[in-house]
Design a protein around this ligand. Structure first.
Ligand code: ATP
Ligand code: MG
Length: 451
């Protein structure tokens, strides 16, 4: 049980149909099609739909109580004793309910934001803390103004640790999420360029991520990417811990080494191994280690979790492809920062003789799109043998590579059907291929063709 109608009557005093006896609520849902058990249905309004119109489905599928926009006519089929809670705005009410439930359960809450690495870091933190605590975390990428409240409202009553991802593309959104979740620990993984279209500049992005302090518990701690210049303004705060590869960080990552399928590193004096590749993932793991230590998880427990991490799909996923080539499916998403981070890993994969990049368009880059696509070339060096770009804005990358590294083969394609046979023709057992672009480019269809 999450809570009973009693909890709702206190929160939403304007109601009808609530009988004396407490009615247990097992679930909160906003999707009327979902088969539920004893759920509270929250009808939300979108651009092209209104959940209030689907109340009949929700009722048939197991809703035993509803939130309802006040002043709106109730459908006549509802039994008179059916509990209805009238609210001004159902979305705000959902957020308010989640906030109250967070405090009813009162677990240790960890909020993760940043331009890249939120899901990865959330999952590493969850896996590490799970070794000691009853832990619940955001499923997949459910990180916005609806997904975060629903995440909170899905945790069991005996949850000891809740890890939530907080995403955004406009100012004010992280502040809202942070005030709903009131994290005890907050993380800003990095500052990149994602959603720069709406936030104007990297400075704007840093400012928007910093909004996470708005809801941070008074005694809470904020962990930040200490290598990021734009977060330097936070360094002097008492409740801020900096983590990174620069020596002046509060927690200093050193002795980083990339192995065939893992990374090893020290965090201050403790050594760890992580079953993921790349410096950025080591930093993501360092956030988890820092928080785990604060919560008295032993070094052995931390290490055992780091050995067993399972990655969410399409994030630097290693696959054996045609002609025994190694294909790296990193097609989940991309921004210039994350694209450069992945290229850095490929450059260090010295056991391959041929290193191939297949880079697609990155979306939501606004007016600076050309410049931001071009910036990816900064990570490319003569260690890279082939650069294929796909889409439209990414063309500038292959054009620049042609100028700067004439020995590398570079080519632009506007169509996957043309790219695939060309790519297949160069694969062999000594080849590693990185595929990366924005989600909308759906590069996984190329991955399938290379299997
Ligand atoms: P989204 O905004 O789509 O929810 P996210 O922030 O949750 O993304 P992840 O899904 O964890 O990010 O990772 C997406 C990609 O970002 C990874 O495949 C990787 O290329 C890159 N990445 C992960 N961590 C970092 C980091 N700390 N710095 C830079 N790039 C990173
Ligand atoms: Mg995510």
């Amino acid at each position: 049980m999450l809570f009973s109608t009693d909890f709702l009557t206190k929160l939403f005093p304007n109601h009808k149909g609530v009988v004396e006896d407490d009615l247990p609520i097992l679930q909160v849902t906003t999707d009327s099609r979902e088969k539920t058990k004893k759920s509270l249905f929250v009808p939300l309004k979108g651009d092209s739909f209104d959940g209030h119109d689907f109340i009949k489905d929700a009722f048939t599928n197991g809703a035993v109580a509803i939130l309802w926009e006040k002043d709106r006519k109730l459908p006549s089929f509802l039994p008179t004793q059916f509990p209805v809670f009238f609210v001004e705005d159902t979305l705000q009410a959902l957020q308010q309910l989640a906030h109250r439930y967070r405090w009813l359960v009162n677990p240790i809450v960890i909020g993760v934001t940043g331009s890249n690495g939120k899901t990865t870091t959330k999952d590493i933190i969850g896996s590490v803390l799970e070794t000691k605590y009853k832990t619940y975390r955001t499923e997949g990428n459910y990180n916005n103004h609806i997904g975060l409240p629903l995440t909170i409202l899905s945790m069991a009553r005996d949850t000891e640790v809740l890890v939530v991802e907080m995403g955004m593309n406009h100012f004010g959104e992280i502040e809202l999420l942070s005030k709903i979740a009131n994290p005890n620990f907050a993380v800003i993984t990095n500052i990149g360029e994602s959603h720069i279209e709406f936030l104007g500049s990297r400075e704007g992005i840093a400012q928007a991520k910093t909004e996470i302090v708005a809801g941070l518990d008074q005694k809470g701690t904020l962990y930040i990417d200490g290598d990021e210049r734009l977060l330097e303004g936070l360094h002097s705060n008492d409740n801020v811990v900096t983590i990174g590869f620069k020596e002046n960080n509060d927690l200093f990552i050193n002795n980083y080494q990339m192995n065939a399928t893992s990374s090893s590193f020290h965090l201050d004096d403790d050594s760890f191994e992580l079953n993921m590749l790349g410096k950025h993932n080591v930093k993501n793991a360092a956030f988890a280690i820092a928080i785990a230590k604060k919560l008295d998880v032993s070094k052995e427990q931390i290490q055992s979790a780091l050995n067993k991490l399972t990655l969410t799909g399409m994030r630097f996923e290693l696959i054996k492809g045609k002609n025994n080539a190694t294909i790296i499916n990193d097609a989940y998403n991309a921004s210039p920062t994350s694209m450069k981070a992945s290229i850095e890993i490929i450059k260090q994969m010295t056991s391959y003789q041929k290193k191939v990049l297949v880079l697609g368009d990155m979306f939501e880059m606004g007016q600076q799109s050309q410049e931001l696509h071009r910036s990816v070339v900064d990570a490319i060096s003569s260690d890279i043998d082939v650069v294929y770009t796909i889409g439209s804005d990414s063309k500038v990358i292959s054009d620049e590579v042609a100028k700067l590294f004439p020995t590398a083969k570079s080519m632009h394609f506007d169509d996957k059907e043309k790219l695939i046979p060309q790519l297949v023709s160069i694969l062999n057992g000594q080849t590693v291929v990185l595929l990366k672009a924005s989600r909308g480019m759906k590069l996984e269809s190329i991955v399938e063709a290379l299997r």
